[in-house]
Design a protein around this ligand. Structure first.
Ligand SMILES: C[S@@+](CC[C@H](N)C(=O)[O-])C[C@H]1O[C@@H](n2cnc3c(N)ncnc32)[C@H](O)[C@@H]1O
Length: 436
């Protein structure tokens, strides 16, 4: 690969061409860089290459005649006419694809400006204009160095492992995945577990996911042009599903009703609060990312009991003994009626929630979890009503906006505890289906 740099400051390249991988590539003859100084083609004895602008204005302009003479002096193979690139902030912003194209040209002439820029007529004598970016440099030399550096690393033999060229940023229109090296932990910042487990299939998948997600987040412009493969889509669907579920669950609330519910004899009663229901449904609600959990009882002494249990775990000895429990129970609120639940959720979400009834019995019109998620997806908050005792009273079931299909096993027996039913229903609604 050959570069000819047209510049009045060739000395700016001295150490650049000697250092590191590029220095080695030059020494091995894989990359050849030569210079032409337009001053050598100036007509006057002072070797002047700039002059004042026609029409007046600040600064000096690079003259077209010595520059074209310099370009025309560049020696080349008879079968290979050099590709001339003007370096200017008005050119196309440099991207990886330009470097790949320049590699194919085999001999590239990089024309560096200075001062206020070039006499406009130089544009007739070049093939392409490139800019390093939307900013102005004092001269084109830094841009020329960027191009020499970027193209050289694509020349076979310059970089040890050619495969690193395809996975790195912009290799295939994506940013690279995050990289780590020793130490495994630095000031509390740990290397992701997947990278140290040694499962290469998992590492490859994780890296691919990072490339996709990073590019989508950081560079929407690149993402718009990128065409994800089927495999890419599968990998992304997994995280998107996870984010979606978490977002939907945040608008969902559980209400555990102790009234009006049936007793064994189908009479409407108020049941007693159960310590396990407070804990376990709070833990399930927290695990699935719900917005809140309401325990509903009209009996003041029962409310008082529930609040005392809560205070123990949220503020008392329990809080320091088990912080995770306090985190789950922070979701729990004790209220006296379903109406109070709806008012509270409306105040939080800015919208009256839909009520979703649950029951162990199959009835016509019951919906699947997908239907509830559809409502949540439209921004609608929902309250999932769970009944204690022998289940929610008919008046609650009939007034509900939606009813969820019951949990069924293959056996004739169907008497789950409300805690178990809540956990299973929440898993159906918001659980991620991963291979187990
Ligand atoms: C001070 S600049 C002239 C800018 C010019 N007056 C303009 O506004 O377009 C001098 C020279 O630096 C080089 N240069 C400056 N910014 C550049 C960039 N972003 N990319 C490539 N070359 C640049 C060009 O060769 C340019 O002719």
């Amino acid at each position: 690969m050959r570069f000819t740099v047209v510049t009045i400051f060739p000395e700016a390249f001295d150490s650049f061409l000697r250092a590191s991988l590029l220095g080695k590539a030059v020494a091995q003859g894989l990359v050849q860089v030569d210079f032409v100084d337009p001053r050598a083609f100036a007509a006057d004895k002072h070797h002047t290459v700039d002059d004042t602008p026609y029409g007046g204005g600040d600064g000096m302009v690079i003259k077209v005649d010595p520059l074209v003479a310099a370009l025309e002096s560049v020696g080349h193979d008879p079968d290979l006419s050099p590709h001339r690139v003007l370096l200017t902030p008005q050119g196309e912003p440099l991207a990886q694809r330009h470097l790949v194209e320049l590699l194919d040209r085999r001999h590239v002439v990089l024309v560096c400006g200075r001062y206020e820029g070039f006499d406009e007529r130089i544009r007739t004598f070049v093939h392409q204009e490139l800019s390093l970016g939307d900013f102005v440099l004092n001269g084109g030399e830094v841009a020329a160095m960027a191009i020499i550096d970027g193209v050289s690393r694509l020349v076979p033999g310059v970089i040890g492992k050619a495969s690193s060229l395809t996975t790195e940023s912009h290799g295939e229109g994506l940013l690279e995945y995050p990289q780590y090296t020793r130490p495994r932990e630095f000031r509390g910042l740990a290397v992701p577990e997947v990278l140290v487990e040694g499962n290469h299939a998992r590492i490859d998948r994780w890296r691919r996911l990072q490339m996709l997600v990073r590019t989508r987040q950081r560079r929407p412009d690149l993402w718009e042009r990128y065409q994800p493969s089927g495999e890419d889509r599968t990998i992304l669907a997994e995280v998107d599903g996870r984010e979606d579920r978490a977002e939907l669950a945040g608008r969902a609330y559980v209400a555990l009703l102790h009234y009006p519910v049936y007793d064994k004899g189908k009479r409407i009663v108020t049941t007693a609060i159960t310590n396990l229901d407070l804990h376990d449904i709070a833990r399930s609600s927290r695990t699935f990312g719900l917005g809140g959990y309401f325990v509903v009882t009209p009996v003041a002494s029962q409310q008082e009991l529930a609040r005392r249990i809560l205070a123990h775990w949220k503020e008392g000895h329990g809080a320091s003994y088990n912080e995770d429990r306090a985190e789950a129970l922070a979701l729990l609120e004790v209220v006296e009626s379903l109406e109070q639940v709806l008012t509270e959720v409306e105040a939080r979400e800015g919208k009256r929630p839909l009520t979703v009834a649950t029951s162990a019995a199959a009835r016509p019109g019951q919906v699947t979890g997908a239907e509830v998620r559809r409502w949540l997806g439209s921004g609608q908050p929902v309250v999932i009503m769970m009944g204690t005792g022998w289940g929610l009273a008919t008046e609650v079931l009939e007034r509900a906006d939606l009813a969820l299909r019951p949990v069924h096993g293959g056996a004739a027996y169907n008497h789950l505890s409300v805690r178990s039913a809540a956990a299973i229903l929440l898993d159906r609604l918001f659980g991620l289906r991963e291979e187990t």
